[in-house]
Design a protein. Structure first.
Length: 156
């Protein structure tokens, strides 16, 4: 899960993809008007998605090559993302991920920035401590999550 404060989005599901170089976020209605990028971040399954149009002054175009070798030009923005207990600036390409399970995909470029270790034998192990009690949250099966058990640990 990740938070995107500038979008007003919290606890957004993310997929770690070590096979992808770039990261992407689901959005639609992408258009460039008078030198500004307009788009909507949406996913009807998430209660915080509100179909509100967001406008970006700073963006660029980038070419993404898929695993099957097809190149696609996409808009790219930089957003602040809270991931675990840390805040990162992440470059995200804008993509229609409506058919995908996760609205955000985090690729190697982001993972290298944070010096993450990915343990593919575990899932959904990165959790925040609750703010009020400072207690560790539990997984769905009741296991307590300690820092040494997280899938994604930063090496500091």
């Amino acid at each position: 899960m990740a938070d995107f404060p500038s979008l007003g989005l919290e606890e957004i599901e993310v997929k770690i993809d070590t096979g992808a170089f770039t990261s992407s976020i689901h959005c639609a209605d992408i258009k460039e008007i008078s030198g500004k990028l307009h788009c909507k971040f949406l996913d009807e399954t998430h209660p915080l998605y509100n179909h509100k149009e967001l406008i970006f002054d700073h963006y660029e175009m980038t070419v993404i090559k898929s695993s099957n070798g097809i190149s696609e030009t996409r808009y790219q923005i930089v957003l602040t993302m809270i991931f675990g207990k840390k805040t990162y600036d992440v470059e995200l390409t804008l993509s229609d991920r409506a058919e995908m399970k996760f609205p955000v995909l985090l690729g190697r470029k982001f993972l290298q920035q944070g010096k993450f270790i990915v343990d593919v034998s575990k899932i959904n192990r990165l959790r925040k401590k609750t703010a009020k009690t400072n207690e560790k949250e539990e997984t769905e099966n009741g296991d307590s999550l300690g820092q040494s058990e997280t899938v994604l640990n930063t090496e500091n």
